[in-house]
Design a binder for this molecule. Structure first.
Ligand code: F6P
Length: 350
């Protein structure tokens, strides 16, 4: 059995656990071999590979990032991209390709299977935890721990200076990191893309908190929230971007909403306000035990799916069971934070 593996999209802790598991399972259980494709789908189009054996995956379990490298390459945006991938599958006589990625990388995998009949299996990863059909993606737990620790640290400095601190976390169009880190860190207000807010509500929450004797506040805001530019009417909303243009999958680069909010809060409440944007720190470094275990379980299952020729599937975790699901189903919608969870968070606002 000859298996290809690639990692695409933003990196996250736990990718190396998957790669290691794919290699170990394929070699030990099926006597097969694994070839790694470098920098996501770009490595298949350009035939940029590395052999993956026991030596290559030794010692990588606790390492963040991905030994294969990654990119946000969309082969469907490149002339002849899908055809080049088809040729590589045939030339290399691949029995299957394991694509480890978020909605973009898996969306490509799904189209290659659906439209070109290529034997592809998906493994969902992202710190954003926004992929449908799976309770968790690996990388999320690590990001959550990092964001929670940051909020803990910001508490002590905010309290010492009587300041409001606005903490901006990642998550793209969903608020999973924000809501869970905010609950875990005891945030005084959490703003997520799923729940629109007005600037008057934000300032009002801080004013009432300070009125009950608190001299500092921690506000967690997800990068993908729409900023209400006309506070009273709630009109003219839009995400805040850190750079013009879009990537190959049509995504804008989010970032900067905390700065916009801080200006409004300081002007609207009179309290000194500071900003902390956590950014890529949330994606870097060693994975938590949870993410190592999840990545390992996903990698083992993905190798089994290739061996069983169950293509067009994505591995998922539901409860404590690893279950293969239709990749197409997972690609249909983004998994958003439910109101019930947000209501729990809301209990502690102000
Ligand atoms: O999808 C993971 C993620 O970290 C998002 O939370 C964030 O918006 C985006 O990637 C940043 O992408 P890039 O690495 O291209 O700047």
């Amino acid at each position: 059995m000859k298996v290809g593996v690639l990692t695409g999209g933003g990196d996250c802790p736990g990718l190396n656990a998957v790669i290691r598991a794919v290699v170990r399972r394929t070699m030990a259980k099926y006597g097969g071999s694994v070839i790694g494709y470098r920098f996501g789908w770009a490595g298949v189009v350009d035939v940029n590979t590395m052999d993956l054996g026991l030596d290559e995956v030794s010692g990588i379990l606790p390492r963040g990032g991905t030994i294969l490298g990654t990119s946000r390459t969309n082969p469907f945006r490149t002339e002849g991209g899908p055809e080049a991938i088809q040729e590589e599958f045939a030339r290399r006589k691949l029995d299957g390709m394991i694509a480890v990625g978020g909605e973009d990388t898996l969306g490509v995998a799904y189209r290659l299977w659906k439209e070109h009949g290529l034997p592809v299996v998906g493994v969902p990863k992202t710190i954003d935890n926004d992929i449908s059909g799976t309770d968790f993606t690996f990388g999320f737990d690590t990001a959550l721990h990092i964001a929670t620790e940051a909020i803990d640290r910001l508490h002590t400095t905010a309290e010492s200076h009587n300041r409001v601190v606005v903490v901006e976390v990642m998550g793209r169009t969903t608020g999973w990191i924000a809501v869970k880190a905010g609950i875990a860190g005891g945030a005084d207000l959490i703003l997520i893309p799923e729940i629109p807010f007005t600037l008057e509500e934000v300032c009002g929450t801080i004013r009432s908190r300070h009125a009950r004797g608190k001299n500092f506040s921690i506000i967690v805001v997800a990068e993908g929230c729409e900023f209400p530019r006309e506070a009273e009417q709630g009109e003219d909303r839009g995400v805040v971007v850190s750079q013009a243009g879009t990537d190959e999958f049509g995504h804008v680069r989010l970032g900067g909403i905390a700065n916009e909010l801080a200006k409004v809060i300081q002007a609207g409440t009179g309290f000194e306000t500071r900003v902390s944007v956590l950014g890529y720190i949330q994606r870097g470094g060693t994975p938590t035990a949870f993410d190592r275990v999840l990545g390992t379980r996903f990698g083992v299952e993905a190798a089994d799916l290739v061996h069983g020729q169950h293509f067009g599937k994505m591995v998922s975790i539901q409860g404590d069971k690893v279950i293969p699901i239709e990749m197409g189903h997972a690609m249909e919608t983004v998994k958003r934070v439910d109101t019930e969870l947000y209501e729990v968070a809301r209990t502690f606002f102000g």
